[in-house]
Design a binder for this molecule. Structure first.
Ligand code: ATP
Ligand code: MG
Length: 281
């Protein structure tokens, strides 16, 4: 049998559920591979995320399909549209809007105002998702795509596997460990404030120029998320103003209760985080 992981290219040309023709891989992540594909029924290009067979148990697969259906009901300019989800020969897949552009990971923001603008769009997406009971669970730069028109679009809602340190098979899990909230790392019940923590990590990374917590392996990174206090981002980048410093540290509070109550509150705080714009005389 062809190993999916070693050569996703061999899936090119394959027709999923007699409808979606896979063209070529756009990229690979921890859960599977994203393909450029063609919806032969609606006659339009799409993106298909084909998950690696066997990575999810039955419970995980059911949750994935349930969440994909929930996201498919969302209609928001900062959330990648999900068109369909299904299974082909045991491999779960999600069909999405095909986006142009690179992820935030590949194209970091040029300056603090650009970072804050992206964060505002992410907050709008999170507010919409949370109000519908959907938690992202894996917010990180790789899952934010910046379109040529300047929109930030969130992908992969609800697709994350629960981060168990012993499931670290490859670097992709480490990528997730950098952004994981303490409560998610501890396997506790989550609400939208777990995503706010991940947003805090992301804001920290691009304002300070380094992650708040890093380490050799996921266990080390996770234990820092759980117990270490982060230094203010301004320590590494003196240009970070006090308002943004405070906002980021509040997002990174260990206890969800000490963070902002919801994404709309973060959005409001972001409006003034850089201080008053200098008045034009
Ligand atoms: P994870 O599996 O943890 O989400 P990841 O985000 O790095 O890790 P994928 O989600 O598999 O990996 O995405 C792989 C690549 O495909 C990324 O570089 C991303 O930019 C691209 N991609 C994802 N969704 C789309 C889309 N709807 N349209 C175009 N490209 C996409
Ligand atoms: Mg992704």
């Amino acid at each position: 049998m062809t190993s999916f992981f070693s050569s996703p290219e061999t899936f090119a040309g394959r027709l999923l559920n007699q409808r979606y023709r896979l063209e070529h891989p756009l990229g690979q992540g921890g859960m599977g591979t994203v393909f450029k594909a063609f919806d032969t029924l609606l006659d339009r290009p799409v993106a298909v995320k084909l998950l690696t067979p066997g990575k999810l148990g039955t419970a995980g697969r059911n949750r994935l399909l349930r969440e994909a259906r929930a996201v498919a009901r969302l209609n928001h300019p900062n959330i990648v549209a999900v068109y369909d989800a299904g299974e082909d020969e045991g491999a779960p897949f999600v069909v999405m809007e095909l986006l142009e552009g690179d992820s935030l990971h590949e194209t970091p923001p040029a300056n603090l105002p650009a970072l804050v603008e992206i964060a505002k769009q992410v907050c709008r997406a999170l507010a919409e998702a949370h109000v519908h009971g959907i938690i992202h669970r894996d917010l990180k730069p790789e899952n934010i795509i910046l379109t040529p028109a300047g929109a930030a679009k969130l992908t992969d809602f609800g697709l994350a596997l629960s981060p168990q340190p012993d499931s670290a098979e490859n670097g992709a899990f480490i990528g997730t460990a950098f952004y994981v909230s303490p409560e998610q790392a501890l396997g506790r019940e989550l609400d939208g404030r777990a995503d706010l923590y991940s947003l805090g990590v992301l804001l920290y990374e691009f304002s300070a120029g380094q992650l708040p917590f890093s380490g050799e392996d996921p266990v080390e990174i996770i234990s820092r998320h759980i117990s270490e206090q982060p230094a203010p981002p301004s320590r590494f980048n003196p240009q970070v103003p006090p308002g943004l410093d405070a906002l980021i540290l509040r997002l990174l509070e260990k206890e969800p209760e000490k963070r902002f109550a919801d994404a709309n509150q973060v959005l409001n705080a972001l409006h003034t985080a850089l201080g008053e714009p200098p008045s034009s005389a």
